[in-house]
Ligand binder design. Sequence first.
Ligand code: FES
Ligand code: FES
Length: 199
Amino acid sequence: MAPAPSSTSSAVVLNINGEKYQMTVDHRTTLLDALRERLDLTGTKKGCDQGQCGACTVLVDGRREVSCLNLAVAAEGSEITTIEGMAEGDRLHPVQQAFLDLDGYQCGYCTPGQICSAVAVIEEHAAGWPSAVTDDVRPEAGPPPLTPDEIRERMSGNLCRCGAYVSIVQAVARAAEAHEATAPGGDANQGGTAKEAAA
Ligand code: FES
Ligand code: FES
């Protein structure tokens, strides 16, 4: 039976992967621990537990966040997407498929975080967000070419102890290329560079 709320805990309803989960959590419980220890959603990994490695990355209202630095009580009211919520039935998310096809992993421990981060990177890039290596940051310049350097910079918060970075960059580029091809009015303005990275 769930413990009753107290001065140090609260009843919350978390919306995760389209499902609502009701529970009482200690106010100090991180979103990462709530996912793994309370809900058995162990796809989200704990690496450093201090915001340094990206292994615990999930999407909160579509934006990537490290769940080890988020409190579960603060996540109430947000749409949380974890790696378990990426696929549609048997159909993998295009980013998952690209990681699989291009061997974007070795041991796989960092992979859920890499994939969640890559999904957001592709959306951020399509929305025209610049990165630290973008040459022309004027809004009218539009999305910068998604070069390997752009991908490396945008994915730099996700560490891979196996060093699978070459394949990870290729997988992100391939998924971005597919995203561009299916986006309304999108074509391959950046596709050439994404293709180069994916090659
Ligand atoms: S476990 Fe959260 S950033 Fe490392
Ligand atoms: S695949 Fe092993 S840590 Fe990244």
